[in-house]
Design a binder for this molecule. Sequence first.
Ligand SMILES: [Zn+2]
Ligand SMILES: [Zn+2]
Length: 318
Amino acid sequence: MLACFLEAPRKVAVKDVPIPKLAAGDILVRMEASGICGTDLEKIEGQLGPGGILGHEVSGTIEKVADNVTDHKPGERVVAHHHVPCYQCPDCSNGNYTLCNEFKMTNIDPCGFAEYFRVPQYNVGRGAVIPLPPELSFEEAAMIEPASCCIRAIRRANIKQGDNILVVGLGPTGLTQIQLLRHATTGKIFGSDTVEARLRLGKKLGADDTINALKEDVQAHIVLLFGAPSHGASYPLNVSELFSRQITLLSSYSCVEAEMEEAIRLVSEKRILFIARLSREANCDSKNTNAHNHHWSKGSLECNKDSARESTFSFKNP
Ligand SMILES: [Zn+2]
Ligand SMILES: [Zn+2]
């Protein structure tokens, strides 16, 4: 089978490798769609430190299950989560699942940009293989993981009805955030970006108003950092202003199975729409809002960094 590997910064190779063998409790999935996350691009650029496994926003069809797997069967359409917490340690007991020591140790094998991937028993046993309702396409399903990260972030921000919210950056996840926030507050939602086509989409998807960040400055009281910064990234802060305005800084990393199940429900109920589909419908012509599907082929990655950053899903099993 073919699979994508990061061999060195900016060097991605598509290789012919054996289909993973199953051990007890494992599941083999035929990948149908796999999203390119911003972190995949950062890994390729070397911004997240050396190495890394590519592809984690995956949907597919179960090809094979190990003998002792009884909850799933071949032919089932699923999403699979790559990182899974232990659900037992102090961090897990406090709801900080994504801080669990086990979380980042787990992954799918060999990666999400592969014709087939193995979901290990550890993940399977903790509910990381989730069946898809028939109304969800595989492309939509590949967007469940990033949408789940948005759901977790909104929970962490503890948004109350009536709060006014600014979403900075209206790429695929910013636009997902706006749609989710529309259900979380009756207050005003603002979106900011520097690309006019994205600002227009922000309004279509529920922002009350949008701000071109090249033209206006905005102030906030609670700042939620979402999306992986480059390794070691820093930002100068006016600490006295932080103090006197009682500004809260929060961050939110990744998601767990409960948020994935909620995201599946919200997409099934058409309460959120993913931007790749919408941007095709909206026929945005800006060069910055292309929503191409990038196909992969042996030995090369037909993927342009700038357009991939704007796409919500990119790899499809041929
Ligand atoms: Zn991601
Ligand atoms: Zn844990």
